[in-house]
Write a protein of this length. Structure first.
Length: 357
């Protein structure tokens, strides 16, 4: 590939030329990219466009909707429902799956999406994003909710857009993770980062420490070790980063490594996690794994976790592979009792642990 010269359309033609679907997947991803351009234009105008602020409504998650949440949701539906590639859609902003109108041809794919991740940051001009996932629907009948409840391993494409100083679209179709930058002058996404790779080791972690009192012991153990730095068992200093926009935090990890954690906690015992499996954790997990990283819910791979509802939540730990595997090991040791009692991570004497750290 020629960086700076390859357009998204050309890239998809080359990546998907062996796929026997009459160009449906490539066409769908181009339609998603068109929606991303519309959303990018709205976010770029900011307060000048009258798009800031909340509306008097909540979504299915019980979250207050921002104006741009609704407008971004509409942009994705409008761009994708008519093209003949989709059998149906699921959106964070809508309780039930979105059916393709009868006047439009129905295709073989399902699209799951979070139209505007991190929308609480809109009014303070912090980077936000769009996340999406594509699954196959090979039935003649219109899809039901159950048809969307596929394991992440069955995704055929996934991606996210980040609306920052530049608008970027990061995509995988199962052949690595690649990033495109929107050239606003010509209106095309251009390949700028081919085969992104997440370093297996890192000295950066991202987590919301305001929830520390609600964490499970394995997460507390890991974060305390990182905070102890050179004086602790890890023997090196770590930096903490937290943007409170999953797309922005994950994008940083793709570019330079790190680990992102939104773990299970006891703040709301009814919720096994905070992020949604189908349209947040699965697509980001697919992207991260294709870039050589790992994506876990603490006790297994996110992409192997079965879904039981369209808006199911899950714990998320992803990024540099060796750090994710360490956190998984801490969960396993905790569940088996092998980590109790373990010494304060402020001490470097490894013999104080029941198992090697």
């Amino acid at each position: 590939m020629y960086l700076g010269r390859t357009t998204l359309s050309k890239f998809l033609i080359e990546q998907l030329h062996e796929l026997d679907d009459n160009g449906q997947l490539a066409g769908l991803l181009v339609d998603v990219a068109a929606a991303v351009k519309s959303i990018a234009a709205m976010t770029a105008k900011g307060a000048l466009g009258g798009f800031h602020g909340a509306i008097d409504n909540t979504n299915v998650q019980g979250e207050i909707q921002k104006k741009l949440d609704v407008l971004s949701n509409d942009a994705l539906i409008d761009a994708c429902e008519w093209g003949g590639m989709l059998a149906g859609m699921v959106s964070e902003e809508m309780e039930e799956p979105i059916q393709i109108p009868a006047e439009f041809k129905r295709g073989r794919y399902l699209l799951n999406f979070d139209p505007l991740d991190g929308s609480s940051n809109i009014d303070v001009n912090v980077s936000v994003g769009t996340i999406f996932s594509v699954l196959v629907h090979d039935k003649d009948a219109p899809p039901t909710v159950e048809d969307f409840l596929q394991e992440g391993r069955r995704q055929v494409a996934a991606g996210y857009a980040i609306y920052g100083p530049a608008t970027m679209l990061v995509i995988t179709v199962g052949k690595g993770t690649h990033a495109f930058t929107l050239d606003r002058e010509i209106g095309n996404f251009i390949l700028t980062h081919e085969n992104l790779r997440i370093p297996p080791d890192t000295s950066e972690f991202a987590i919301n420490t305001s929830n520390e009192r609600f964490w499970e012991p394995p997460i507390s153990r890991y974060v305390e070790e990182c905070k102890a730095g050179k004086t602790g068992v890890r023997g090196r200093d770590f930096n903490m980063r937290w943007i409170a926009s999953m797309v922005a935090d994950v994008h940083r990890i793709l570019m330079r490594g790190g680990v992102f954690m939104y773990p299970r906690d006891t703040k709301d015992p009814a919720k096994v996690g905070r992020l949604r499996l189908l349209y947040e954790a699965n697509p980001i997990g697919f992207i991260v794994e294709q870039a050589g990283g790992a994506a876990s819910y603490g006790r297994g791979a996110i992409l192997d976790h079965a879904a039981d509802s369209a808006h199911q939540r899950i714990a998320v730990i992803l990024g540099s592979k060796n750090e994710v595997e360490r956190i998984e090991r801490y969960h396993a040791e905790h569940d088996s009792g092998a980590d109790r009692p373990y010494a304060s991570p402020l001490f470097k004497d490894r013999s104080l642990y029941r198992s090697e750290v």
